[in-house]
Design a protein around this ligand. Structure first.
Ligand SMILES: [Mg+2]
Length: 186
């Protein structure tokens, strides 16, 4: 049973998000300090699992092999810095398909739970959008952390505002993944 698991959204948490999707490795730009954060969490004994919506697959904008290649490069880049991403679970569906794995639904975390036997009550979900926090809570994660590295246009409503309208509150709201890592290990 894995006791110290951190689930991480990908776009807007590890790498810079784009309204145009991330279609190739050249568009995969690490956010400042995110690699350092992953290294810190790994060294402190946390198992890191990425949980990401990638409707780009069923929209047929990129082939599954391209996503797989990006994820291999992500893992190897993290490894080169002393971190470890144990696994990546992605939802390939569009919203119209009504699947059970597209966040805010908890299906991806449930897939991880079935594969690794995770103590979800001790697990932490980190994301930049309301749907990440809702997914973590729906899956029974013990804690949720909202990072403020979403690439929203200035003046738009924040994820924190969206959640508050439904009286949903993350356990922490922090600037970025490095601050999240420090919150987790403290
Ligand atoms: Mg995101």
């Amino acid at each position: 049973m894995l006791k110290q698991v951190v689930f991480l959204d990908r776009d807007g948490v590890i790498n810079r998000d784009s309204s145009d999707y991330i279609k190739c490795w050249e568009e995969f730009i690490f956010l400042p300090n995110s690699l350092e954060a992953l290294t810190i969490l790994t060294r402190k004994g946390y198992t890191l699992i990425v949980i990401t919506n990638q409707s780009i697959i069923h929209r047929k904008w990129i082939a599954p092999e391209v996503l797989e290649d990006m994820h291999q490069r992500l893992k190897s880049t993290v490894a080169s810095r002393g971190g470890k991403i144990t696994d990546i679970f992605f939802c390939p569906h569009t919203p119209e398909e009504g699947c059970s794995c597209r966040k805010p639904k908890p299906g991806l975390i449930q897939q991880a739970y079935e594969k690794y036997a995770i103590d979800l009550s001790a697990a932490i979900m980190v994301g930049d959008r309301a749907k990440d926090i809702l997914c973590g809570k729906a899956a029974g994660c013990g804690k949720t952390i909202l990072v403020q590295t979403a690439n929203d246009p200035t003046g738009s409503i924040t994820a924190q505002d969206t959640l508050a309208m439904d009286s949903v509150y993350p356990d922490a709201v922090v600037a970025d993944l490095l601050e999240a890592a420090r919150w987790i290990i403290s």
